[in-house]
Design a protein around this ligand. Structure first.
Ligand SMILES: Nc1ncnc2c1ncn2[C@@H]1O[C@H](COP(=O)(O)OP(=O)(O)OP(=O)(O)O)[C@@H](O)[C@H]1O
Ligand SMILES: [Mg+2]
Length: 291
């Protein structure tokens, strides 16, 4: 592979799988947005910060809500401020430019330096939102109607878009993106991720933690499987409480850090009451987990 293709190589604070690194570099090379999907808590949002760090570029974030409109990302005309200024005699009401506030997309275009732009949770907005973004993302320019000014991007920002799959994205939008689904980390990758957050964890404790965690994820009754961020939290709770490895072998303490639905907590309680046995060795999880 050409060296200039491999612009992003990961960072010490984010463990990226090989395919994820490739997807990021592919999006940079093609100058297309990278659309990221994957279970909640698998590092979609924080990736942007690490891509920015890895490339040495500043980062802008745009967190999408149900009411967000695509045009807000470019700019908003602050009519309320202008009205107040005219009422109270403050500010230069005649100059409309004072009341144009660029949004994250607008700022990414107007910036002198190339930026990393995170458009987080695009599926939260209405269906028109992605379609409304297409033109600006393609052309990398927009006009401010109120001032007749045109803003043209000097550099195409590196755009990362995350989605939790709450809504289907339109085909025309998908066509313009590079797509990557962040697979749930396997055990070796998860060991590295845990090490980023809890360096020098006792090896036996880490084993016990991972055995319980991957077992829990395989329980079919669970409605919401715990994910990476829950595992990191769980280990924090275990470390702070000073729990011993023996106690961890026998049960799963601080369940509230792992399971977030009462039905799931009930399901595990039922398992306890039936005197279900918790795994304590990798071999208890079956051949797939043979280490
Ligand atoms: N590959 C990884 N390397 C390091 N830390 C990770 C990794 N994946 C997840 N994490 C940690 O897990 C936490 C959750 O990550 P993040 O918020 O990016 O998840 P998400 O995929 O955006 O979740 P959601 O869909 O709920 O928004 C972060 O604190 C992050 O540090
Ligand atoms: Mg997120």
């Amino acid at each position: 592979m050409h060296d200039d293709f491999k612009r992003f190589r990961g960072t010490p604070g984010y463990i990226a799988s090989g395919p994820l690194v490739d997807a990021v570099n592919c999006a940079i090379a093609l100058e297309r947005p990278l659309l990221l999907k994957g279970e909640p808590g698998t590092g979609k949002t924080v990736l942007a910060r690490h891509v920015a760090e890895g490339l040495g570029m500043p980062m802008l974030s745009w967190h999408i809500k149900s009411t967000t409109k695509a045009a807000d990302g470019l700019y908003v005309y602050d009519t309320v401020q202008r009205l107040n200024d005219s009422r109270f005699g403050t500010g230069d009401v005649a100059d409309i430019r004072h009341y144009i506030r660029l949004g994250p997309l607008g700022r990414a275009f107007a910036a002198a330096e190339r930026q990393v732009l995170l458009i987080d949770e695009i599926d939260k907005a209405d269906l028109e939102f992605p379609n409304d973004l297409l033109l600006e993302l393609d052309e990398m320019r927009f006009s401010i109607i109120e001032t007749s000014e045109e803003i043209r991007a000097k550099h195409r920002p590196v755009v990362l878009i995350t989605s939790n799959n709450e809504k289907e994205l339109p085909d025309a939008f998908l066509r313009r993106c590079v797509f990557h689904f962040i697979e749930f980390p396997d055990v070796p990758l998860m060991r590295q991720i845990v090490d980023v957050h809890h360096p020098n964890l006792d090896a036996k404790l880490l084993d016990q933690v991972l055995i319980k965690f991957y077992w829990l994820r395989e329980q079919s009754e669970l409605r919401k499987k715990p994910s990476t961020s829950e595992l990191v939290d769980w280990i924090s709770a275990l470390l702070r409480s000073g729990i011993t490895q023996d106690r961890l072998e026998a049960h799963i303490p601080f369940l509230g850090t792992l399971l977030k639905k009462e039905q799931d907590v009930d399901a595990l309680r039922g398992y306890d009451e039936r005197k279900g046995k918790y795994p304590a060795r990798w071999s208890d999880l079956g051949p797939r987990y043979d280490q």
